[in-house]
Structures are given as structure tokens and as C-alpha cells.
Design a binder for this molecule. Structure first.
Ligand code: HEC
Ligand code: HEC
Length: 447
């Protein structure tokens, strides 16, 4: 006999899930595991200090559904469980931050503005994420009072973005000819670029590291180790390089993580009746540029909501644009993930000057050889290559676990998945009908 148990209470899901008698309720496990995920002894969170005394539940079991605004996501680790005692969760620097300050398990391993606002209110703007090194709109911002701090960290509070500082590289074929920074800091020596933390999961499928691919290495592991060190010396303000063994441990941890949506608030489970919308399945996904096939089994589903997800998947795979350019999958080529297998960067117009919002800095760039001028809120790849042709180019990120990590695009300019679809419909000339937009949105929500 199967007992019908509604997830609606704990997970705010519209659907119900079936549990066999005696089966552990995943929602209960979630709450218990997360409740225990507060270090009982803050002093024990420095590297080198034994973490004895932490509860055994500090290993979060694999595949525990964690609530998000669109349902629930799960994370699967090849290690068998998620070790929340490792260096990823430790203070390795000098400002109380850990990797998990900005890469949070139940926010798709990035951080949501809802969470930064909660933390601000609870700590009056003093929690570790609120540091002027890169949390504030300007490193020189006045943070004396709560009111000052609310203003100083407004980008982190409204968009969940961190200030990445990068200068115009030497030998660039363009120059910075004007700066309009509402926060009075940016210059050619250091532009302020407000960017969302990328998910520290599904890294197996990443071919370039960071939005602009600025960190490279002989292997992905080497690049990620360089990244872990840079993050510790930068975000966490550590004076000396990380012990390579610790960096290696961080890379081993994060590279073994796979995250996917798994439960859809509107639809139900995404891994039933032949569907493959779960994190564990992702761990065996081949690295290959190919059509997405997660939801092939839902093609003839009698449930119209599952059928819509399938139709969305097929639009993603094949629907060309009104200008006859390629489909979503052409750029988001890695099957069932969405990174670009060739490591290519694309300009989809997200940082175009014309789309600048009042809270963003605006940069005017002039190409030296032609005098051509561009305005942008973030030059992206161009600050790494020094090439005017690369202005506005970013890497396509993984598209799994989207439900847990709004807002979208590097600068958090799309607040919802509907905004993403509307953006593509107009900016990239997809020209979706209302039905197509709804199907595509159902598919994205199920990733
Ligand atoms: C203060 C917030 C913050 C902290 C702390 C932080 N990160 Fe990040 N992380 C970011 C941001 C922002 C980006 C994207 C920056 C960019 O692309 O320019 C990022 C990007 C990454 C990426 C790149 C993923 C990809 O797809 O390219 C990895 C991996 C990563 N972080 C791991 C870590 C690790 C490991 C630590 C701890 C050592 C850490 N981060 C600490 C904010 C943070
Ligand atoms: C020309 C290449 C290209 C095409 C075509 C394309 N994308 Fe993207 N996509 C990108 C790039 C590059 C980014 C990152 C841009 C940024 O953040 O500024 C991105 C970002 C996204 C994001 C945001 C992810 C996040 O974590 O913030 C979503 C969602 C997305 N794309 C979905 C789609 C869908 C759906 C389609 C088809 C309608 C599509 N993309 C077509 C290149 C492309």
C-alpha cells in the first residue's frame, strides 16, 4: 500500500509525492539536516583546528530535496554524501567568510538576494558577506551605520551581485574614454563589475572558469585550484596562498557535486515515468554537444504539465530564430547541462549600454584603430583578451538548478525565468508565441 504524502506543507509544493510505508520522508530529513548545519562551535571553523564535536549529520545525505521558489532541488556528491565539514565551509581567510558565504547549497550553490536581505536584517549588515572588499558598491563606501550599510551594499541586497574589480589590460586595442559610476569608484585601473556568483556545482561540465573565462590551467582541476586560491586571497582576504593540499580538497569536493531541480512546484517529481530530472542522473551524463533528452519520456504524457516540459525541451533543442540563427542548444551545447562544450563566449546583449539600469555603472570604450565607440555595463571577455571584438561576451553557464538561483544573467538583470524567455524573444529575435514562451519556461523551471 502506498501512502500519499503532500509535500505542500514543508516544501510549499502544489503536488503530492508517494512514499512507501516506512520510507524516510525527504522533507523531514532536509529540515533536520539543515537545522544542524550551524557550527556549534565557531572557533572550530578555522583550518587546522580539529572539527571534533560536530554532529554526524554534518554530512548531508545525497539527494535530499532542498526547497526553492520553484519547488525543490537536490545535490548528489560522488563522495556518497555532502561533507559540510570540509575546507569549502571553513574560514580560510581573515574576514570570517567561507566559500559557502556566497555559494549556498540551497540556493543552487550561489546566493539569492532574498538571502542577502535576510542576513542583512538579522545582522544589521555585519554578516561576513557584508565586507567592503567586494560586497559593497565601492570599496571606499561608508559603512559606519546601519543606514550607511544598507546603501553601501545595495547591489548585493537587490541583485545578489559581488563587485569584481578588473582593469583595462595592457596592450588592449581599446581604451576607456568615459566612466559613469553611480558609486564614484571605477576607473581604467579597476572597473567595477557587478556579477552573480556562478554555481559551485556541476563543474564537471565547465570548460572555462568564471563568467569571462579569466582563470585557466592545464586541466580543469588546475584551473579550479587556482580559482580556489584566488577566491580565498580575494573574497576572504587571506594574506598567504592556500596550502595546495587544501585547494585540492576544495576542488575534489566541488567537482564531485551535481545539482538539479528534481521537484517542480507546479508539476511534481521530475524523475518519474522515465524522466531524468534529478541530480544523480546528471553525475553519469557524458560530456558531449548533443540534443537534450532529459524529458523524452514525457512526449506523450497524459498530464499536460509534463507534456509542456517536453515541448519546451524540443523548442530549446531545435527552435530557430526569426533571423534564422540557431536554437538555444547551439550555444548551450552540452547536452542536459547547457555549458558550451567548445568553451566559447557569446555576446547576447545583456551588458549593452542601451540596457543599462540606473544602479549600474556605464563604461564608454573606444577602439583605438577605428575610433568606434561602445557603451557597456560590463565588457566581459574583452577585459581578459584586450580585444574590442570581445566586448559583452560571457560564457553560457550551466542551466541546471535554475529554480534555486534567480536572478539570472551575470548582472542579475532577469528577475524571473519569464524575464529570461522574454529577453531572448526580443533581443535574440526568437519571437516566441505565448504558447512557446510558456512551454520553454516550464522546461527551464524543470532543470
Ligand atoms: C564574496 C562572495 C564569494 C566567495 C566568498 C566565494 N566566491 Fe566563488 N564566485 C563568486 C563570484 C562573484 C563568482 C563569479 C565571478 C566572475 O565570474 O567574475 C564566483 C565564481 C566561482 C567559481 C566559478 C564557477 C564557473 O562556472 O566558472 C567557482 C568554482 C567558485 N566561485 C568557487 C569558490 C570557492 C572554492 C570559494 C572559496 C575558496 C569561493 N568561490 C568563494 C563569489 C564568491
Ligand atoms: C548566442 C548564444 C546563446 C543562445 C542562442 C542562447 N543563450 Fe542562453 N546564455 C548565453 C550566454 C553567453 C549566457 C550568459 C550571459 C550573461 O550572463 O550575460 C546565457 C545565459 C542564459 C541563462 C541564465 C543562466 C544563469 O545562471 O544566469 C538562461 C536561463 C539561458 N541562457 C537560457 C537560454 C534559452 C532558453 C535560450 C533559447 C531561447 C538561450 N539561452 C539561447 C548564450 C546563449
Amino acid at each position: 500500500m502506498t501512502i500519499k504524502r503532500c509535500l505542500v506543507i514543508a516544501l510549499s509544493l502544489a503536488g503530492c509525492t508517494s512514499l512507501e510505508p516506512g520510507e524516510v520522508d525527504p522533507v523531514q530529513t532536509t529540515e533536520a539536516a539543515l537545522n544542524s548545519a550551524t557550527p556549534p562551535n565557531p572557533a572550530a571553523t578555522n583550518i587546522g583546528v580539529p572539527t571534533a564535536g560536530l554532529p554526524a549529520q554534518f554530512h548531508l545525505p545525497n539527494n535530499v530535496p532542498l526547497r526553492d521558489p520553484l519547488g525543490a532541488a537536490t545535490t548528489f556528491s560522488v563522495a556518497g554524501s555532502i561533507d559540510m565539514q570540509g575546507p569549502f565551509f571553513k574560514e580560510l581567510g581573515t574576514n570570517q567568510r567561507t566559500c559557502a558565504t556566497c555559494h549556498v547549497i540551497d540556493q543552487g550553490w550561489t546566493i539569492s538576494p532574498a538571502a542577502t536581505q535576510r542576513m542583512f536584517n538579522a545582522s544589521r549588515g555585519t554578516a561576513p558577506i557584508f565586507r567592503t572588499v567586494d560586497g559593497s558598491n565601492s570599496p571606499n563606501a561608508d559603512v559606519s551605520t546601519v543606514r550607511d550599510r544598507r546603501a553601501a551594499f545595495s547591489m548585493l541586497l537587490s541583485r545578489g551581485t559581488i563587485r569584481v574589480g578588473i582593469g583595462i589590460p595592457e596592450g588592449a586595442d581599446f581604451e576607456l574614454t568615459a566612466v559613469d559610476d553611480p558609486y564614484g569608484f571605477a576607473s581604467a585601473a579597476e572597473l567595477s563589475l557587478f556579477r552573480r556568483p556562478l554555481p559551485a556545482t556541476n563543474l564537471e561540465f565547465v570548460s572555462t572558469v568564471m563568467w569571462d573565462g579569466r582563470i585557466s590551467g592545464d586541466t580543469l582541476e588546475a584551473a579550479l585550484a587556482t580559482q580556489a586560491n584566488a577566491a580565498t586571497q580575494g573574497h576572504a582576504q587571506r594574506a598567504t596562498p592556500l596550502d595546495p593540499a587544501v585547494a585540492g580538497e576544495i576542488v575534489g569536493f566541488e567537482k564531485g557535486l551535481f545539482t538539479a531541480q528534481t521537484f517542480d512546484r507546479e508539476v511534481g517529481r521530475l524523475d518519474i515515468d522515465g524522466g531524468h530530472g534529478d541530480a544523480e542522473n546528471l553525475a553519469s551524463q557524458a560530456i558531449v554537444a548533443a540534443r537534450w533528452d532529459l524529458f523524452d519520456a514525457y512526449q506523450n504524457s497524459p498530464d499536460s504539465k509534463y507534456a509542456a516540459i517536453y515541448r519546451g525541451q524540443e523548442l530549446f533543442n531545435t527552435r530557430r530564430r526569426t533571423n534564422d540563427k540557431g536554437p538555444c542548444q547551439g550555444c548551450h551545447s552540452q547536452s542536459n547541462v547547457g555549458t558550451n562544450v567548445n568553451g566559447s563566449f557569446f555576446n547576447i546583449g545583456t551588458s549593452d549600454g542601451a540596457r543599462r539600469e540606473a544602479d549600474q555603472p556605464l563604461y564608454t570604450l573606444t577602439e583605438l584603430s577605428t575610433g568606434n565607440v561602445l557603451q557597456t555595463t560590463d565588457p566581459g571577455r574583452a577585459l581578459i583578451t584586450g580585444k574590442f571584438a570581445d566586448v559583452g561576451r560571457f560564457k553560457p553557464p550551466s542551466l541546471r538548478g535554475l529554480g534555486a538561483r534567480s536572478p539570472y544573467f551575470h548582472g542579475g538583470s532577469a528577475r524571473t525565468l519569464a524575464d529570461v524567455v522574454a529577453f531572448y524573444s526580443e533581443a535574440l529575435e526568437f519571437g516566441f508565441t505565448d504558447e512557446e514562451a510558456a512551454d520553454l519556461q516550464a522546461f527551464l523551471a524543470a532543470l
